[in-house]
Design a protein around this ligand. Structure first.
Ligand SMILES: NC(=O)c1ccc[n+]([C@@H]2O[C@H](COP(=O)([O-])OP(=O)(O)OC[C@H]3O[C@@H](n4cnc5c(N)ncnc54)[C@H](OP(=O)(O)O)[C@@H]3O)[C@@H](O)[C@H]2O)c1
Length: 311
């Protein structure tokens, strides 16, 4: 009996010590990431002259282009619409006094990469932000997605192929110089299945796994590769206009995100989003989360279809 009491005492003591140490480690790493930040890491003088941003004319991509220009990078803006590219590039040049270059390309196609490759030739690229991405117009059952055949191709080309191909074009020179940062914008919806946005959610899981695998391959060669997993941000894609604490503007999100680079391989990028990520993946049982996300999707879908009916 005494032996059993002793054993229980030691099991309890070791458990409490382990929990205390792991809580302390979490706290210290939280302070490092969310309060201290990465200092001067994201500077052109440290990484290389140019930053390349895909999907750079709106939302999160535009905010990356502006913030990186503010840090002294010359910016290559890549998006679909030339007029929007010209407008953003002019604004960046006059506000931040840096060089810019534009490349118009539709990431829905797969024949654009020779054009992008020649546009990037000879540039010393310090940062690549693989940001371009599209989602559903509304949550829908897979088989009922309007124009499903072309929707599948276009979502895979934009959300997945672009990340792999842009990395293929930019990474070799980074490896030669033993420095560079690649930020791959995935989504919190890649952290768990999101029914009714299944293809989007799965495409973002690909981006997350691709980034984390690649980080392990190229870390020792001096390259930082980060998987970025935002929850909602106020952009055209999310269709949310009003910023709140948990739904930041793209500018607020990107500022916070950039100070996590080099400190987290996989990051929600913004403290309230990190808390939401922890609650959804560590605290909620997966089955319950799946049911909850499905019911949210169903009610969003019903609201959208009702609005469409009313004209
Ligand atoms: N907003 C959110 O709540 C949220 C949450 C999680 C993850 N994300 C991810 O964050 C990334 C950026 O999203 P966002 O909300 O900032 O989107 P957004 O506001 O809709 O902006 C999309 C940008 O991508 C460009 N683009 C769209 N389709 C393109 C195509 N086929 N070829 C070339 N460029 C194209 C657009 O330029 P043009 O108009 O010129 O085509 C625009 O510059 C995406 O990967 C998204 O999945 C967003």
């Amino acid at each position: 009996m005494e032996l059993l009491t002793d054993a229980l005492y030691w099991i309890g003591a070791v458990t409490v010590a382990w929990l205390s140490v792991s809580t302390l480690c979490r706290l210290l790493s939280g302070i490092r990431v969310w309060i201290v930040g990465n200092g001067n890491l994201m500077r052109a003088t440290k990484l290389g002259k140019w930053a390349v941003v895909t999907g750079a004319t709106d939302g999160i991509g535009k905010a990356y282009a502006e913030e990186l220009a503010r840090q002294g990078f010359a910016i290559v803006l890549i998006s679909r619409t030339q007029e929007k590219l010209d407008e953003v590039s002019k604004a960046i040049e006059s506000k931040y006094n840096v060089e810019t270059k534009t490349i118009s390309a539709d990431f829905g196609s797969v024949d654009i990469y020779p054009k992008i490759e020649s546009g990037l030739a000879g540039l010393e690229i310090g940062v690549l932000v693989n940001n371009v991405g599209v989602s559903y117009s509304y949550p829908e059952f897979f088989l009922d997605i309007p124009g499903i055949d072309s929707f599948i191709n276009s979502m895979i080309n934009i959300n997945i192929t672009s990340v792999c191909q842009m990395t293929r074009l930019v990474l070799p020179r980074m490896v030669e110089r033993s420095k560079g940062v690649i930020l791959n914008v995935a989504s919190a919806s890649g952290m768990y299945p999101v029914p009714l946005l299944t293809l989007y959610s799965s495409s973002k899981t690909f981006v997350d796994f691709f980034s984390r695998g690649l980080e392990a391959e190229y870390k020792s060669k001096g390259i930082i590769i980060q998987s970025v997993l935002p929850f909602y941000v106020t952009t055209k894609l999310s269709k949310i206009r009003r910023a709140t604490l948990d739904i930041p503007s793209p500018e607020r999100y990107v500022k916070a995100q950039l100070s996590t680079v080099g400190l987290q391989t996989q990051s929600n990028g913004y403290f309230p989003h990190a808390v939401m990520g922890w609650v959804t993946t560590a605290l909620l049982p997966a089955k319950l989360l799946n049911k909850y996300v499905m019911s949210m999707g169903l009610s969003q879908r019903a609201r959208y279809l009702k609005k469409q009916k009313q004209g």
